[in-house]
Design a protein around this ligand. Structure first.
Ligand code: KG4
Ligand code: ZN
Length: 335
């Protein structure tokens, strides 16, 4: 069964094609980064308009890449939340049109769940229970996928998402948008212990996190140096900031795994592309004898393959949506 997945929840127009849940045939992304870069962040109206222009050509490119025709496709999957409402509407409307015109089942995909489930394309079937750290531009949470495939949220950020913190600090130090990958690169030349930035709530026993204080601490330190006429070593700042984020995510995720007696950890979402996060989790999981599941970088950041994979699971479970499928900008992962 061939599933075509459409992703338009934020600033990537993306289409993936997956066969029988596990085999990836196409993964095409029309990125809008250049359109949003001058504004230093995603502009919702610009995103929706660009999706409108890019979606049909992106579907065509995915079909060409897969070698399939639209008539070979068995179902249409689409992200219906969470995300930007106008952006989501473009994908969902197009998916409904395709499903109606070709008399195909419509599958409503949860973007966050898809970030986790995409791992099945590289690791084979996920075998819950597992603990997942879902870290993206809009979300930061620690969740458990129980044996029956349902998600339970253990904790989340109480203010900024991890990707948001990366993007804001990058912008403050003059790096281009999106800032996460830029900080990652810059940090390679820096000393992660050069600055003792705060690790809020690290040892509070909860699985919640707070990142806005860290952001403020970095900004305050840079202003202090400037006022003192000192030139900051930006690589050291980037490395120390990144280390503070990674320390908290690592400690909380592994504490959750231990408390739940689960020996499988999944990293998911755009920030899971961070090289230091991947390196620290790989080392810790090896020491603890835990299995680490972490998708390759193109499957961590937003993509269409994840929507096709998650939609494929819905199709296999027989849970297709009606043509009245609604967008939900705040769709939760759990519940
Ligand atoms: O999952 P994603 O592609 O979109 C959302 O669903 O939000 O995540 C995008 C976020 C952005 O904030 C971006 O800066 C961040 O992921 N990101 C990274 C890296 N690559 C992407 N953050 C840190 N290090 C990276 N290498
Ligand atoms: Zn995402």
């Amino acid at each position: 069964m061939l599933v075509l997945g459409i992703e338009t929840s934020c600033d990537e127009t993306a289409v993936g094609i997956v066969e029988d849940r596990l085999t990836l045939h196409a993964n095409v992304i029309a990125s809008q980064t250049d359109l949003h870069a001058p504004y230093g962040g995603v502009v919702p109206e610009v995103a929706a308009r660009a999706h409108l222009e890019q979606l049909l050509p992106t579907i065509d490119r995915a079909l060409v890449q897969s070698g399939a025709r639209l008539s070979d496709v068995d179902a249409i999957a689409v992200t219906h939340g969470p995300g930007l409402v106008g952006a989501l509407l473009v994908g969902v409307s197009a998916a409904k049109g395709l499903a109606l015109a070709h008399d195909l089942p419509l599958l409503g995909v949860n973007h966050l769940r898809a970030h986790v489930e995409v791992a099945q394309l590289e690791y084979g079937d996920l075998t819950p229970p597992l603990v997942a750290l879902v870290v993206s531009g809009g979300h930061t949470s620690i969740v458990v996928m129980d044996e029956d495939g349902t998600f339970r949220q253990l904790g989340s950020t109480i203010d900024d998402a991890a990707g948001e913190a990366f993007d804001k600090i990058a912008r403050f130090i003059g790096l281009p948008f999106p800032g996460g990958p830029e900080i990652d690169k810059l940090a390679w030349g820096g000393d992660p212990s050069a600055y003792a930035f705060p690790r809020a709530m690290q040892h509070d026993g909860s699985y919640d996190m707070s990142l806005s204080g860290l952001k403020t601490a970095v900004v305050r330190e840079l202003r202090r140096l400037e006022a003192a006429g000192q030139e900051p070593d930006l690589a050291d700042v980037a490395a120390s900031f990144q280390e503070a984020i990674v320390d908290v995510q690592l400690e909380k995720t592994l504490a959750a795994a231990a408390a739940e007696d689960i020996d499988q950890v999944v990293l998911a979402g755009g920030v899971a592309a961070n090289s230091r996060l991947r390196q620290r989790f790989a080392a810790a999981c090896e020491t603890n004898g835990q299995r680490l599941v972490v998708p390759s970088i193109p499957l961590c950041t937003d993509n269409g393959a994840m929507v096709a994979a998650s939609g494929s699971n819905l199709l296999a479970a027989g849970s297709s949506a009606g043509i009245d499928l609604a967008v939900d900008p705040n769709l939760p992962l759990a519940g």
